[in-house]
Design a protein around this ligand. Structure first.
Ligand SMILES: NC(=O)c1ccc[n+]([C@@H]2O[C@H](COP(=O)([O-])OP(=O)(O)OC[C@H]3O[C@@H](n4cnc5c(N)ncnc54)[C@H](O)[C@@H]3O)[C@@H](O)[C@H]2O)c1
Length: 352
């Protein structure tokens, strides 16, 4: 990887974004972390705040912004159904307006841009395992559509900016990823099961628990994302990134019970609407063009994640500490942001 670039990471205070910021700094880059803290946390990036190459910008991607950058990783968007369904209109806005704003910025700055797309674009897939050429089976009016269709529209925008304006794009369709720094109240299956097991609460299985997912450990995924950004422009896009080893929800619950030594019972609830029954990536493209494949097995990744949640549970409630270093902003919000500030729609970063 070529070092000493200035790289913007939107959603940089989130679960995946915080690891990406960390790895990009380790590789010698300047990192601008942009986040509105909708689901992200200052705790995820607190350890980076004293690095002079790291800057935090409290900003919403739905509002245009200017910055001098070489690359953009666009990750801003809540990933958990619990969080993206709280304000579905904002979820669509984040995906669609956010993509337009970041693509406009990439065009102005002549920067390469990566989009964090998702396996959710495949919906409840009729093709198994999912290959990039499969166009998906998504309900456009269901409760998950704000995320699924938002991400699909973002994909369209990325490809249209590429065809129409020549923007250099990279795109990963990310499958379920887990690891330390997931929020305990995240609502995704791995964090749910671990928290329930550690608290001795019943583990909630939806449906018969035979629906499958494949789980990728965060370190593997971040390695894949960075390799994709550095891949030649001729590489076919998008590219699935995920772990092809498939587990049923029941197997996942049993593994977590085993690793935690918990006596929690399994309890069964009805399957939520539009919940996919099968999810497994075909990663031939990533293997062939990036030489990438996951290396961390589920049990090992779960052990590290359980240790993290145990620490979180045993430490007193984390209070937000005042930051040690002042915010230095080298970006200049364009007019709509100034208007939004005047209307009180977005924060000016005070109180970070
Ligand atoms: N983790 C996964 O398993 C997974 C799977 C598929 C796709 N993805 C994608 O990867 C990206 C990161 O996911 P994650 O798991 O880290 O989720 P996350 O919720 O932990 O992180 C998302 C970050 O984006 C920020 N954000 C949300 N809306 C914003 C806005 N309008 N403006 C600025 N910041 C905003 C949040 O505050 C948060 O810090 C998302 O785009 C998600 O769709 C993740």
């Amino acid at each position: 990887m070529c070092a000493e670039k200035t790289i913007l990471v939107t959603g940089g205070a989130g679960f995946l974004g915080s690891y990406l910021c960390e790895r990009l700094l380790e590789a010698g880059n300047d990192v601008l972390c942009l986040d509105n803290f909708h689901t992200g946390s200052r705790n995820n990036i607190r350890h980076l705040m004293d690095d002079y190459r790291f800057e935090l910008i409290r900003h919403d991607v739905t509002v245009p912004i200017c910055a001098e950058i070489d690359e953009i990783y666009n990750l801003a968007c809540p990933a958990s159904p619990v969080h993206y369904q709280i304000d579905p209109v904002q979820t669509v806005r984040t995906n669609v307006h956010g993509a337009i704003n970041m693509l406009d910025l990439a065009m102005r700055a002549n920067a390469k841009i990566f989009q964090a797309s998702t396996s959710e674009v495949y919906g409840d897939p009729a093709v198994h395992p999912q290959v990039e050429g499969y166009c998906g089976n998504v309900n456009p009016i269901g409760p998950r559509a704000c995320y699924d269709e938002g991400k699909r529209c973002a994909e369209t925008l990325f490809f249209d900016y590429h065809r129409q304006y020549g923007v250099d794009i990279r795109m990963a369709r990310i499958f379920n990823t887990y690891g330390p720094r997931m929020r305990p109240d995240d609502g995704r299956v791995v964090s749910n099961f671990i928290m329930q097991a550690l608290r001795g609460e019943p583990i909630t299985l939806y449906g018969d628990g035979m629906q499958t997912r494949s789980f990728c450990y965060v370190d593997d995924l971040i390695r894949g994302i960075m390799a994709l950004m550095d891949a030649p422009a001729t590489m076919p896009m998008p590219c699935n990134l995920g772990n092809p080893v498939e587990f049923t929800m029941r197997q996942l619950a049993e593994t977590i019970l085993d690793l935690t030594g918990s006596r929690s019972e399994l309890t069964v609830r009805p399957l939520p609407q539009d919940d996919p029954t099968q999810r497994q990536p075909n990663i031939s493209r990533a293997r062939e063009h990036l030489g990438w494949a996951p290396t961390i097995e589920l049990r090992e990744g779960l052990q590290r994640t359980i240790a993290y949640f145990e620490r979180e549970l045993s430490s007193p409630a984390r209070v937000q500490q005042p930051r040690k270093t002042p915010l230095v902003r080298r970006t200049r919000p364009v007019q709509p942001h100034a208007e939004a500030l005047a209307r009180g729609v977005v924060s000016n970063g005070a109180g970070l």
